[in-house]
Write a protein of this length. Structure first.
Length: 262
């Protein structure tokens, strides 16, 4: 077993969080957890077999094993890891995650999530759950884009999209976004066309207008305030953008939203 499918739209249900110390009583452990996922942050070197597939544990690697899966650990001495036994939800999109992968640059943040979950459990289970859920989402995005999927998100595209999402109210240029993402203007443009299917400018415009639609339909915020919030403070330009991208004027979009909710 190399990868597993998870669904992370719902918060996990934690059974326990702990610090496991192995290798002292014996060099081999064989076991399974019948109805819970096993999540581990490893701090040692060892060999791991998951459902007949061999893996190598190294410090800083993350393991995620589904319920009812047989595992065999072959330790090389005292072995310490933080573990979480949990149940995952069954709704939302299925995400493929490696059974074992390097945390890489995310290790400090993941280590913090695991340590805070360990400190919170069992006195503050809600806090522990929040830390583990945040860790799971980070883990879900550790894997490099699949070579089999040409539209898989490149790290630079994800960085650019994150920047855009947090700065929709500000003037943004493609060179500025590309610099923040660590690639050239032209390279980011090519990546967006390949993985997103449109230009950086087109993506930025679409995100601004989706945010505008939300505010128009779900809030009573004034139209000038919404226009400023999505980075189009000129009301005439905002009106034109709504008609072009959303198919109606801001007032019509707001009225349509009010009609659906009544």
């Amino acid at each position: 077993m190399d990868t597993i499918l998870t669904r992370l739209e719902e918060p996990p249900v934690l059974a326990t969080v702990g610090l496991g110390v192995h290798g002292s009583a014996g060099q081999v452990d064989d076991f399974l957890v019948p109805d819970q996922w096993q999540l581990h942050l490893y701090r040692y070197e060892a060999d791991l077999e998951v459902a007949g597939t061999d893996h190598t544990i190294r410090p800083g690697r993350i393991g995620l094993v589904p319920p009812g899966t047989p595992v065999r650990y072959r330790y090389r001495g005292r072995s310490e890891h933080i573990y979480v036994h949990l149940r995952l939800g069954t709704t939302g999109a299925a995400r493929s995650i490696p059974v074992l992968q390097d945390a890489g640059a995310e290790l400090p943040l993941l280590d913090q999530h695991f340590r805070q979950a360990l400190a919170a459990w069992p006195d503050a289970p809600a806090r522990a759950t929040a830390e583990v859920w945040a860790a799971l989402w980070r883990i879900a995005h550790l894997a490099p884009p699949s070579a089999r999927n040409p539209r898989a998100r490149h790290p630079a595209v994800m960085a650019a999209a994150a920047l855009i999402e947090t700065r929709l109210a500000e003037p943004l240029t493609v060179p500025e976004i590309a610099k923040a993402a660590g690639v050239s203007h032209n390279h980011l443009t090519r990546l967006f066309r390949t993985t997103v299917g449109e230009t950086v400018v087109g993506y930025l415009r679409a995100r601004r207008m989706e945010r505008a639609r939300h505010f128009l339909q779900a809030t009573t915020l004034s139209i000038p305030a919404i226009a400023a919030t999505v980075g189009i403070p000129d009301l005439q330009a905002f009106n034109k953008a709504c008609r072009r991208e959303l198919g109606a004027s801001p007032r019509s979009i707001r009225s349509a939203g009010a009609s659906r909710s009544s």
